[in-house]
Design a protein around this ligand. Structure first.
Ligand SMILES: Nc1ncnc2c1ncn2[C@@H]1O[C@H](COP(=O)(O)OP(=O)(O)OP(=O)(O)O)[C@@H](O)[C@H]1O
Ligand SMILES: [Mg+2]
Length: 261
């Protein structure tokens, strides 16, 4: 999803948290040079000063090759993550001009030695070679969006991009798995017209709502998903209902993703 600030990174972390809570081995790949998921998980040092990064794997300007992706894996209490890095900003330009640049991430992920039940890729908020690379690597898209009509335009642009990729690389079939309507206001409901449009576009069973709740932000400040969030340690007043509500939302998504395992 190329739109900024709709909750891509937060959704990625919390789905990973849900799947890990359910006993699955999960890898999060942070393909966004801005490092949303990486910084949210507290990996600031890795982001700023790790010796190696995706840049070294996906470009031929570093010492690493596609086979070395395992070396970037960082373990957290919940799931593994391939963190982003400041130098990945240079990747956009590089992959754009390089033949095969769009397929680089897929090649590297395919050669991972470590086995995972599921790999989630957090995309940057643009349509460049890294988000194209994420689409090609996964061939499955979950579309996070705020519950408003602006999403229609974003989605049309994304569908055009997917069509362009599929025309250029006809061996890939990129499927839309569903939409996550993020930050649904806790009091108000989603406007009927907006909800209907999402239902028609994705199918009613594939539109997942996540409420807007402070506890989501608090968990992120605590550097965990909502599933490992400990309000006592974090020092926030505990809104137990809100936490349960949000966990139920992410569990519904996790439950759906388990169908693919
Ligand atoms: N369900 C929610 N309830 C409350 N706050 C939320 C919720 N989801 C996301 N947020 C907050 O919204 C902000 C944007 O979320 P996030 O960084 O995940 O978006 P993004 O799409 O990854 O942004 P970018 O396009 O910059 O990568 C963050 O501060 C996050 O904590
Ligand atoms: Mg993000």
């Amino acid at each position: 999803m190329q739109k900024g600030g709709v909750g891509k990174s937060t959704t990625t972390i919390n789905i990973a948290g849900a799947l890990s809570d359910r006993g699955h081995d999960v890898l999060v790949v942070d393909a966004d040079p801005q490092g949303g998921a990486t910084l949210k998980m507290g990996l600031r040092d890795e982001y700023r000063s790790s010796e190696h990064a995706l840049f070294d794997i996906l470009s031929d300007m570093g010492q690493l090759t596609y086979d070395d992706l395992d070396q970037l894996i960082v373990e957290t209490d919940e799931f593994d993550i391939i963190p982003s890095h400041l130098k990945n900003f240079n990747l956009e330009k590089y992959l754009y001009s390089e033949a095969g640049g769009h397929e680089a991430l897929r090649k590297a992920v395919d050669r991972l030695d470590t086995e995972y039940d599921l790999i989630l890729i957090d995309s940057p908020p643009n349509l460049g070679p890294l988000s194209d690379g994420a689409l090609i690597a996964s061939e499955n898209v979950l579309f996070p969006s705020h519950p408003n009509t602006i999403a229609r335009d974003s989605l049309e642009i994304l569908f055009d991009e997917i069509e362009t990729i599929e025309t250029k690389f006809d061996q890939y079939d990129i499927k839309t798995m569903g939409a996550v309507l993020n930050e649904v206001p806790s009091q108000g409901n989603v406007a009927r017209e907006v909800e209907d449009w999402f239902f028609e576009t994705f199918g009613e069973d594939y539109v997942f709502k996540v409420p807007e709740r402070d506890v989501v932000e608090h968990a992120i400040e605590f550097r965990t998903s909502i599933f490992q969030y400990d309000p006592d340690e974090a020092g926030y007043p505990w809104d137990e209902d809100a936490q349960k509500d949000v966990m139920a939302s992410y569990n519904r998504i996790a439950n759906y993703l388990e169908e693919f395992l």
